[in-house]
Design a protein around this ligand. Sequence first.
Ligand code: AMP
Length: 522
Amino acid sequence: MAEKRKFQAIKGTRDLLPPETELWNQVEQTAREVFSTYGFGEIRPPIFEPTELFARAVGGETDIVSKEMYSFEDRPAGIPDPRRFMELGDYVLAIEEGIRKETIPSTPSNRDSVRTFRSKFDEFVKVSSMLKTGFHSGGDPIPRAYGALLMECIYFAQTIQLGEMLSLRPEATASVCRAYIEHGMHALPQPVKLYYTGPMFRRERPQKGRYRQFYQIGAEVLEAIQPGHGGAKDIFKDAATDAEVIEMVMEFFARLELQGVQLEINSIGCRECRPKYVEVLRAELLKVKDRLGPDSQRRIDTNPLRVLDSKLESEQEIIAKLPRISEHLCVDCAKQYEEVKRQLGLRSVAYKENWRLVRGLDYYMRTTFEITAKGLGSQNAVCGGGRYDGLVELLGGQPTKGIGFAIGEDRLILSLQEAGKGNVAKGRDVYIAWLGEKTLATAIHAAKTLRAAGFRVELPPVEQKFGKALGQADRIGSRYALILGEDEAASGQWTLKTLADGTQAKYTEAQLLEFLMKAKVS
Ligand code: AMP
């Protein structure tokens, strides 16, 4: 018999359960409502995509892509797992057929691997038939050859690339851009405004507010650049779009009454001015290299901007004296940044400038922003976003502008709960305490009627003594108990007990509905 195993959710993942899921639904519902008032429609991209998509969009050098993705090789349906050596014979046939039909990539290295695998497999079959023909004492070379060939077969089987590398999505902007290109959305009226909600996956070290499966609510505005447009001409228009997107997130947070919301903004320049700034920064960092920690020292080479992100106490004073990007923005970037700030002012959105806000994803340019909230400890960022003109083009589309954000829903919920806003209505409205076989039909009818009117009703499957029923109604947090005995069923006069104060009164079905409707409103 299989060993008993207690299964548990994998580290960094968790079950979201009632009543907390009520709050999750409310938050998502509010997002839908607010975003739709700004003209956004929902997109639901797949959970996995080619690894290459994320490598290109997010950046191969970022932590997300280089260390944190959950990736696996795809393979055509019906191919057995090569590690199950009992099926090696089926496997070799399936692979050869796959190469012939090109359901498996027919690359030179794959064809080579299949040939080697086939010859090892044939040898293995020969030796295994010899093994079956007689007794072999210890030290006999045949069992040893058998073992070695088997290992080789398994090894070569695994050198065959059965399909493309896929990854669970670590974020969704890349998918939205891919979908924009795939569905020819540049031909729709521009801009295209899309939002999404759903799980993302990153292999990070779990802690409060940081999970390996976490949820984001995000939105993107994509706009194909028409011939003769773009560049300096669009600075004011783009700034207005940036400001409206930020306004929308802030409106969403206000609707949720999220506490301690702080918006920080920055401009990280463009392809023209940022590289120049990075060189100035690198030169300055080299002068103080000895006083920096090992992470920052490494980043001088790989990505000097990320040094600005450092939380290391000993580096703060040094970083404060580094050259700031605002002093190195090109004319267009500087104008755009000024206009974003003006537009935020017009929309009464309070913000703080933070020249050290660089964000960890490669695709951002110009406007970047981050929003923090209360009650989250060190992981207090609930939203990050920015402009990413050029990303669609990088993924094979035509020149397109983009701006978007992603809200960490887990953290948003944590912050709401910390502020005591997590106490969503739970329990039931009415518990139907019924007794007597003849009463069941009335009880079923009452439950149907009340549910149709939108009340949360618990109908126990078997009759209960009234004392037990009332106890149960109390335990599950029901507001009322509808008491139905044979007398009530016969007379049509139903007894409703208010559990909080123990009062009770009799009603006809119509009166009961009227009473409950009024009580719901009050
Ligand atoms: P990013 O996609 O890295 O810009 O993150 C956007 C937002 O997603 C962050 O501000 C966080 O609120 C949230 N987030 C990112 N990574 C995690 C994680 N591992 N666990 C929980 N929330 C996360």
